[in-house]
Write a protein that binds this ligand. Structure first.
Ligand code: PMV
Length: 334
């Protein structure tokens, strides 16, 4: 793993329109344990991009999005997180809270553990910085997105804020990221249960499990941490079978902690029956999405079809060795 290099802040002339790009993320392993200081591995999903623009136009601060179009001040509760991040970004950049129209174009389903709130806040922050002719450092960008994430999740680990801004898979621990040596040639099927994930509730339920069963809870968190550390070698040494087995074990540990759901368990079972090397929930859980690991494209297609037959609302395919040439990083690991 190499240390990320931090691009230095730069500035150019303010523009009439600014653009920001981020993308969805999927947690490969380590969710929930990461809240207790263990590491996690997360992947940006380039096929689920988020684009935001900011343009100068007289009148109040406006937002145009699929969920809502109108003044940002009157945006519904669901948009409280991006709104908080936008307000913090305007203050940070010394921009007025008026005379700007923000717009988002998103392909990321909301509340499915794919980082939609962080990706929205992150793209909007980048668009505003671009409008102001500024480049945000990774830390500045992270801090601004976290303002919104705290509204959305209470006590977020920062994993979403980091990964949705990255174009490379990341190792994440205690708020810091490292890039990963990734040589795994496999395919991930991302499947949506169609049920909203409940990250805030799930995080609280894990805390309650740890209070009620401290010894078993500590064992499960440590097991998830070890799975993540071992997964690093699987990724570097191209060991899909080993990684798959670890993913399925991680799902078992997360289920015992109380963050799976009947839909997730059913779809994990369907993926394994259709030949997946492993499968697990991803993100906060209690709904949302799951990941199934497939050895090749044919198998990925078979698993995706089986998941849809078993009730998945949508599926997406992601190559683990995908690079993101079409989506230049605005916040880079270097
Ligand atoms: O549901 P998501 O995609 O926001 O992921 C949450 C990940 C957790 O580890 C459960 C919480 C966190 O803050 O890291």
């Amino acid at each position: 793993m190499k240390e990320p290099t931090i691009p230095s802040p730069s500035s150019s002339a303010p523009r009439s329109t600014g653009t920001g790009r981020t993308r969805a993320k999927a947690i490969l392993v380590g969710e929930h344990a990461v809240v207790y200081g263990e590491p996690a591995i997360a992947l940006p999903i380039a096929s689920l991009p988020m684009r935001a623009t900011a343009r100068r136009e007289d009148g109040p601060l406006m937002l145009e999005s699929v969920l809502y179009s109108g003044t940002l001040a009157d945006a519904p509760e669901q948009l409280a997180a991006p709104r908080a991040a936008v307000e913090a970004t305007l203050d940070h950049l010394g921009l007025p809270h008026t005379g700007i129209v923000l717009a988002t174009e998103s392909t990321i389903p909301a509340a499915r553990g794919l980082g939609s709130s962080a990706a929205t806040a992150g793209a909007l922050a980048l668009a505003l910085a671009d409008l102001a002719g500024r480049t945000l450092t990774p830390q500045e960008h992270f801090d601004l997105v976290q303002v919104g994430e705290r509204v959305a999740h209470g006590n977020p680990s920062g994993l979403d804020a980091r990964t949705t801004a990255s174009t490379e898979p990341v190792w994440f621990q205690a708020g810091e990221i490292r890039s990963l040596d990734l040589r795994l040639r496999a395919h991930l099927v991302v499947a949506d249960t169609g049920v909203h994930g409940r990250t805030r509730v799930a995080v609280a339920d894990v805390r309650s499990f740890l209070e009620r069963h401290p010894a078993r809870g500590a064992e499960l968190i440590a097991e998830l941490g070890q799975i993540t550390r071992d997964a690093v070698d699987d990724l570097a040494l191209d060991r899909p079978r080993e990684l798959g087995a670890r993913m399925t074990r991680a799902h078992g540990a997360l289920a015992e902690l109380g963050v799976s759901s009947p839909e997730l368990d059913r779809l994990v079972g369907a993926a394994l029956a259709a030949g997946a090397l492993g499968a697990k929930l991803t993100g906060g859980g209690q709904g949302g999405c799951l990941l199934a690991l497939a050895a090749d494209t044919t198998s990925a297609g078979t698993i995706a079809a089986a998941l849809r037959r078993a009730g998945a609302a949508r599926t997406w395919l992601h190559r683990t060795d995908a690079r993101h040439p079409a989506a230049p990083a605005q916040v880079s690991l270097g």
